[in-house]
Design a protein around this ligand. Sequence first.
Ligand code: ATP
Ligand code: MG
Ligand code: MG
Ligand code: MG
Length: 483
Amino acid sequence: MKSQDIRKAYLNFFESKGHLIVSSAPIVLKDDPTLMFNNSGMAQFKEYFLGNGTPKSPRIADTQKCLRVSGKHNDLEDVGFDTYHHTMFEMLGNWSFGDYFKKEALAWAWEFLTEVLKLDKDRLYVSVFEGNPAENVPFDQEAFDIWKQYVSEDRIILGNKKDNFWEMGDQGPCGPCSEIHIDLRTDAERAAVSGRDLVNADHPQVVEIWNNVFMEFNRKADGSLEKLPAQHVDTGMGFERLCMAMQNVTSNYDTDVFTPLIAKVIAITGLKYTSNEVKNISEEQNKTNIAIRVIVDHVRAVAFAIADGQLPSNTGAGYVIRRILRRAIRYGFTFLGTKEPFINKLVEVLANQMGEFFPEIKSQQQLVTNVIREEEASFLRTLEQGLQLLDKVVAETSGKEVSGEKVFELYDTFGFPKDLTALILKEKGYSFNETEFETELQKQKARSRAASEVTTDDWKVLIDGNVETFVGYDQTENNVKIT
Ligand code: ATP
Ligand code: MG
Ligand code: MG
Ligand code: MG
């Protein structure tokens, strides 16, 4: 089944169950002081859950463009390195606003997965909240009993507060969640180790696909819970992961959501990408694969953000978008050897592929392409300048060790990551003084801490006094092992 048809099947199914189908809200939020980007389907309905305003229908379903690169949900660090977390992804969701509750929600989720899509029941596991007496929250007996009608007890996993309880904040609506996980390992692997033991254990082939949140309680200021007068359902299913399950592959990047983009990168660079089924690949091929995944992931995030009106800039959400794009450019530059703008050429592929369902990407195609091309050109110039400077530094170095201060200068002024510098130096037969680099880095950190109230030249963005920290970039820098 093609991804387009999977999306349609979901929306048709919930329409047949009396849901009003609505459009995705923009990926960028303009007037929410607590959130920069939409990071789940429920964000656009938040006010209804708080009892402010009435939805157009008590049952709604949609697919929401989400971006998880900041704040509470920051998956950037994993993107490209794993096969199932993206920066931008679609979250399929169905909602009940004071209408149906657990019984219908779980029955329909099961019906959709096993009867409409015909996913193998023996590969599915479900989880329910185990309860937490210290915080006054009971075991979700109701969900447990409902699931027992559909699956054997050994497929029901009791989950903790982190995975199976949702709360809006210290006070307010909250309630248990019930997740559905799928085991995509081979028969032999499944016979050897039970999928049950791998749920929520970061196994790339045993992944969470659907979360059903039941807004059942209100937490009061004294910490006690009371039943909400009207109870709500909020569900979210990862569209790309569902496509992986449906298309019999073991990586989201091997689905038709990503293969056309990957094909384009291959056509441009002449490099090879190996699917997740190909094992024992060389270290070199692995790096190429990671870089290609980063690029085809990031271009979606950046393109949809620009199409929704968020241009790359030096502040706020625009800065986050600029950094995501620069990360993609740098992976291309370092691992694919791309010295000319090329990411912008993927926009056409994306528009053809997604334009039918998300017309904004088609109508804004030219603008998005131009903006990305300009950004690429200017950042590639910066990288080139950095390279020239590095040549000069090498020429001025006696011996084979370059000063850590100079390497820091490159990092600080040109955004030239130290791993990239190390790689280039290594190719020339040089190394650099790591201790000196670290000393300079610490000095700079102290300086920027002092200046943090006035600068946005970091992943820190001040929103109404709240600091939203964007930590993924630096952490990922350190995770890229270039040998
Ligand atoms: P995970 O544990 O895999 O990080 P999650 O528990 O953080 O997922 P939820 O907040 O419950 O995810 O979101 C609902 C669904 O959205 C998940 O079940 C998953 O299928 C999907 N999803 C979550 N994060 C991502 C992501 N970064 N990329 C793609 N799909 C995602
Ligand atoms: Mg997560
Ligand atoms: Mg989870
Ligand atoms: Mg979850």
